[in-house]
Ligand binder design. Structure first.
Ligand code: ADP
Ligand code: ADP
Length: 226
């Protein structure tokens, strides 16, 4: 686990107005930080720069004490949880969770220990032999998080993970993600355009508008002083 420090981050595509304009945010170790704002405000760009999928035009980015500006995504030790969960339909839940460990050629006994630990935390133990196609949306989301957990990543990053779900499931998943994040205590950055998610999930909310950081506050402060 680690803090994430963004200092004067700028992203320019071409020579237009910056997509992200001088944004500084200190995300504490274990914090659940929301990035919220209307479409086009720069939140996905900011998240992609944290993951390393997009270059930073200027500014400094640190994960813990490490400056990561020039580090490749695989060297940043972060886990992105995608909107479509990106599970392998032909693999069991066990093998889906184990996937990053297989890639890293970890020994079988270590794989088994890490997968069963994660499955226990996520209440997936009795589903380990099933395939993703037979799981509920909530269970699939937990498998995706299990894969992130076994990598022992320093932080979770979510890009609108609930936007394809219907309202009922979205509500359930919101509760589930908040509960898991609290239990794991893992630093989390979560992009959404949904005010309800922003106000219920995060320990703090960063409101972006046209690339600028407009507000950085707790949900309570935003509620009392919108
Ligand atoms: P959001 O996630 O808040 O909807 P984005 O980060 O996707 O916003 O986009 C911020 C701004 O940057 C928008 O004006 C968008 O059109 C522009 N943008 C995003 N990605 C690219 C790109 N690959 N090339 C050029 N402009 C881009
Ligand atoms: P989102 O708002 O969820 O990021 P978009 O539909 O805005 O999705 O963008 C989809 C993809 O197109 C993103 O990967 C983004 O980087 C890219 N993109 C967005 N705006 C532009 C743009 N003006 N020029 C080029 N690519 C863009």
């Amino acid at each position: 686990m680690a803090s994430i420090t963004l200092s004067n981050i700028v992203k320019r595509y071409g020579d237009g107005f910056p997509a992200v304009n001088d944004v500084s945010i200190d995300i504490a170790d274990g914090e659940f930080m929301i990035l919220v704002g209307p479409s086009g405000c720069g939140k996905s760009t900011l998240l992609r720069m944290i993951v390393g999928l997009e270059d930073i035009t200027s500014g400094d980015m640190k994960i813990g004490d490490r400056r990561v500006n020039d580090l490749a995504p695989r060297d940043r030790n972060l886990a992105m949880v995608f909107q479509n969960y990106a599970l392998y339909p032909h693999l069991t839940v066990y093998e889906n969770i184990a996937f990053p460990l297989r890639l890293a050629k970890k020994p079988d006994d270590e794989v088994d220990r890490l997968v069963r630990d994660a499955a226990g935390t996520l209440e997936l133990t009795e589903h380990l032999d099933r395939k993703p196609g037979n799981l509920s949306g909530g269970q699939r989301q937990r498998v995706a998080m299990g894969r992130a957990i076994v990598r022992q990543a320093d932080a979770f990053l979510f890009d609108e993970p609930l936007s394809n779900l219907d309202a009922k499931l979205r509500g359930q998943m919101r509760t589930e993600i908040a509960r898991l994040q609290k239990r794991l205590g893992i630093t989390t950055v979560y992009v959404t355009h949904d005010q309800t998610e922003a106000m219920t999930l995060g320990t703090r909310v960063a409101v972006l508008k046209k690339g600028l950081l407009q507000q950085l506050a707790t949900p309570r402060e935003l509620y009392e002083n919108p």
